[in-house]
Design a protein around this ligand. Sequence first.
Ligand code: SF4
Ligand code: MSK
Length: 651
Amino acid sequence: MADVFEKSIEPASLQMIKKAADDKVQVVFDRAASLKPCPIGADGDCCKNCAMGPCRVPAPKDKTKPRPTGICGATAATISARNFARMVAAGAAAHSDHGRGEAEMFLMAARGEVSEFKVKDEQKLYQVAMDLGVEIGDRPLQEIAIEVGEKAIAEFGRQHGEGAFAQRAPEKRKELWRKVGVFPRGVDREIVETMHRTHIGVDQDYRHILMQAARAALGDGWGGSMIATELQDILLGDPVPLAGEINLGVLKKDYVNIIVHGHEPLLPEVLVVQAQDPEFQKAAEAVGAKGINLAGICCTANEILMRHGIPIAGNFLQQELALVTGAVELMTVDVQCIMQALAPVAKNYHTLLVTTSPKAKIDGALHLEFDDHNATKIAREMIKMAIDNFKNRKPEHVEIPTHKCDQVVGFTYETINYLLGGMFRASYHPLNDNIINGRIRGVAGVVGCSNARVTHNKPNLELIKELIKNDVLVLVTGCAAHVAGEAGLLRPEAAKEFAGEGLASVCEAVGIPPVLHMGSCVDNSRILMAATAIVKAGGLGNDISDLPAAGASLEWMSEKAVSIGEYFVASGVSTVFGVTWPTLGSEETTKFLFEEYEDILKAKWYFEPDPIKAAKWMIDHIDKKRKELGIDKARERVLFDMAKRRELEVA
Ligand code: SF4
Ligand code: MSK
C-alpha cells in the first residue's frame, strides 16, 4: 500500500486507483510508474527543430570537456530558450484559440444567429465596449454587442500597436512593457513570431528569445485568455458566489451520470438547461434511474460550477478514475487536458465517450460535432444516449466513493469588489487596508494542473495550507482549485480551521473562505485584473510588482501552465513552479529567467518542488515587498515542526 499512497493523498482517488487495479484497468498512475521521463528532454537539452537532429546537448560529466552544441551550432542556452518559448507559444495558443471560439459564438449571438445564447451581463458588455473603444451613447444594445464581437475577434490578429485589453494594466507596468519591448500585439501575431524565431537559424540569442516568450505570454493573459473570460461572462453571466460540491462522491448510484470534461463552456451550458427538461426526467425514470446527474472534470467543470453550482467530480488526474466508478453513462469532452487513455478505460466499463469539438477527435470515441448552430440538438442527443446507456451499467462494476466536500465558489475580481466593499461602495480599499494593517500578509495565486510525476494533490495542498496559516489570502484556478475544494478549504469555516488569526478575522467578518476559487485556466486573467484593482485602489505601490503577492503552480504539467506562469512574471508577479523545470540544463537560460528577468520585468521565476520550501520562498518574497512598501510590521512566519507537517499530510 505504500506504493499506492505515493500516488495520491486524496482518499476517493486512492479507492478508485485500487479498484482500477482490481478491475485490471490501467490508469495514468500505472503508466507514470512504468514510463520514466527522459532526463535530457526534461532539462530542455534536446532539440528536434530540424531533421539534422534531434540533437542532445547535456553538459558532459567530465567538466574538462567542451559542451556539445547542436549540429547547426545552437548552444544549450539557445536550445533550452527555444524549447521554453515554444511551450509558452503552445500554451498561449490553447487558451487563445478557446478565446477565439468564444468570440465567434459571441458575435453570432449578438447578431441573433443562435437561439441558445444572448447577452446576460449588460454592465460587463458596456465595460468591455469602453475597453475596445466602442461608442455606447444611446445606441441599441445589439449594435454595441455586434461591434464588441467584431473588435474582440480583430484583437486576436492585431498586427501593430498595443493590445486593447492590455491597456487595463497599471500605467507603470505599461510603461515598462513599452520600454523593454514586450507590449503585446495580437496573440496570433505573437505566437507566429515565436514559432518563427525558434525555427532553425533564426533567433539565436537566448535572452532575445526569452523576451519574445514574455511578449507572447502577455498576449495570452492580457489578450486571448482575457477575451475568453470577459466574453463568457457577458454571454453566460458573471459568476457570483454560490455553493457546490466536489469529488468523486458527487456521482450518484441511482442516477444517469453524465460528465462534461475539457475547457469550453458553451455546449455544457446548454446541457445544463436541457438536462432539466421534465421529458428527460421521465425517460430516466423509465429506465429505472431516479434522474440525471451532471458533473464536471477539469475546467469545463469550473465554468459550469461557477455559474450553476454543477458539482465537480475531480481534477485532471481523476478523469479516468471517474469512469472506474463504473457509474458514468456518458462522458463528453471538448479540448485540452483530455487523456487519450479515456477511450480504452471507457471500453472496460459501459461508458460512452463522446468528442464534440471540430478540433479534437479521439480514436475509439464517438464524435458528435458541435457546430455553433446545433448546441440544443447535440445536447439532447447526448442526454438521450446516456439515458439509453443506463441499462448497460453492470451493477457488479459500480463502486462510487462516498468522499465529497462542500465548497463556495465564484469569486471573480468583481465579486471580491462587492464582497469587500459592499454593493453600493464596491471597492478594493477594504482589501488593501487589511493588507496594509497586516491582517492579510499578502496574496498568492495558486494555479495549474495535477501531475502524475508527483503525489496527486499533495504539493498544492501543503502549499496552500502553509500560505493561509501564514495569513496569505490564496486565489485558486484550474485543477489547483479542486485540490483546495477536495480538502475543504473552499468553505467559509476553513478560515477558522486553517487560516492564521489575521486572515481568519477578515474572512470571518466578510463570510468568505481563505482560499477563493476564481475559475478555469483562462480565468487566470481574473487574477491579473484583481492585482490591477489592488494597485489602483492605492496604498500598495504603483505596479503589480510592488504588491506583496506571488504565484505558484506546484503540480503543473501543461504548456498552458507555462504560459500562465510567464504572463504572471511578465505582469510583475514572481512565480514558483514545482515538479520539474524545463530549462535546468542551461545555466544561462535559467539564470535569465530566475534572476535577470527581475532586473528587466521586476519579477522572476523560481523552481522548488518542496511545498513548504516553496511557501517559504513566497512568504519571504511577500515580506520583502511589505518591507519595500514600508508596511512591514514585525511578524514571525509560523514554522511547522515534523509533527505538524505529518498532520498536514494526513488532513
Ligand atoms: Fe540540431 Fe540545430 Fe536542427 Fe536543433 S535546429 S535539431 S540543434 S541541427
Ligand atoms: S484543466 S491545464 S490540467 S489546470 Fe484547465 Fe487542469 Fe492544468 Fe488542464
